[in-house]
Design a protein around this ligand. Structure first.
Ligand code: KG4
Ligand code: ZN
Length: 333
């Protein structure tokens, strides 16, 4: 099944062509430059930039895949959640193309796409497993008890993990997005430099907004020079606090579900320290874990295409309309 995926939920214009789960092309245009001067994403600018780029990104994806438009058998686009104006661009583009070419069309939930990105390198991944889905807008532990069957285990009560990285990055002058920069700077820093609070200790849910406030109080009376001089240590402390919280709650959930398999997904799953800690625990406690390659952790269209292709191949219902109203893609107790 040759599948075209389109993703425009936030600040990346992305298109990908897959043959089954195999990625033939994966084109991502990041709007970082458009939003950088504003210190965060401006929804209207995002929508306009998607309109300007979608044609070129789509053409490049088809061209570099070695396939032609005629070869494409299934078309998929992110149906939500995300910035409504941004989503509308990719969704309308993909649905219009599907109608014009008489091809089946599938809307894909963005967070399910992040999770399903794991099937790109491991199509034989078997359920059940626990998934830690950590992005700029979401932090959720999901019990994947069967194919396309998701049950919420716990989630953040306030900020998402990626949002915490980004907001703290802004406080210490790193600009947007800051997750990757903090990860890099933290490599040579001392994680015990700042005494940061442990949020929701022994509780299944996450909370990160207190951490952001704690960092703000730590640095607000310090000079820019002090922050610069101690940047690696500050980043290491922040990263350690966020990663410890992710890891602790993941371990609690694994124990509770008695699962031996863990899957990471979303932009924060790129984080080296998170992967390192999970790997240590996996060795110690005897569970298997995996995460997509970093380029399939951050926003991309291959994850949207693989979700649609797998649902199509297994005849799982996939007629999602624009836009998922509640943003939920799992069942909740
Ligand atoms: O999944 P994603 O690309 O977009 C959303 O759906 O939100 O995730 C983006 C988030 C941003 O908050 C970014 O700071 C974070 O992922 N991120 C990282 C790293 N790379 C990206 N956070 C920590 N460490 C990283 N290496
Ligand atoms: Zn995302």
């Amino acid at each position: 099944m040759i599948t075209l995926g389109i993703e425009t939920s936030c600040d990346e214009t992305a298109a990908a062509v897959l043959d089954g789960h195999m990625v033939l092309s994966n084109v991502v245009y990041s709007q970082i430059k458009e939003h950088e001067p504003f210190g965060g994403i401006v929804p209207e600018i995002a929508s306009r930039a998607h309109v300007e780029k979608i044609d070129a990104v789509y053409y490049e994806a088809v061209k570099t895949s070695g396939k032609s438009l005629e070869d494409i058998e299934l078309i998929a686009a992110t149906a939500g959640p995300g910035l409504i104006g941004a989503l509308a661009v990719g969704y309308s583009f993909a649905k219009g193309l599907a109608l014009a070419r008489s091809r089946p069309f599938t809307g894909v939930h963005h967070m399910e796409g992040h999770l399903q990105a794991n099937y790109i390198h491991d199509p034989s991944l078997k359920t059940p497993y626990l998934a830690l889905v950590v992005s700029g807008g979401h932090t959720e532990l999901i019990d994947v008890y069967d194919e396309f069957s998701y049950k919420l285990v716990s989630r953040t009560r306030d900020d998402a993990a990626g949002e915490a990285f980004d907001k703290i990055g802004k406080i210490i002058g790193l600009g947007y997005p800051a997750g990757g920069k903090i990860g890099k700077l933290a490599e040579t820093g001392n994680p015990d430099f700042l005494k940061l609070p442990v949020m929701m200790r022994n509780k299944p849910d996450f909370s990160f907004s207190g951490l952001k406030t704690a960092v703000y109080y730590e640095v607000r009376e310090k000079t820019d020079e002090w922050i610069r001089d101690n940047l690696n240590d500050i980043c290491a402390s922040v990263q350690e606090a966020i990663v410890n919280s992710l890891v602790d709650k993941t371990m609690m959930a694994l124990k509770q579900l008695q699962y031996k398999r863990l899957v990471l997904a979303g932009g924060v799953a790129c984080n080296g320290r998170l992967r390192e800690k999970i790997n240590d625990l996996a060795v110690r406690h005897g569970f298997a874990w995996q995460a997509p390659e970093p380029r399939y952790c951050t926003d991309n269209a291959a994850m949207i295409a693989v979700t649609a292709a797998r649902r199509h191949a297994m005849a799982a219902p996939a007629s999602y309309d624009f836009i998922f109203p509640s943003g939920k893609w799992y069942i909740q107790n």
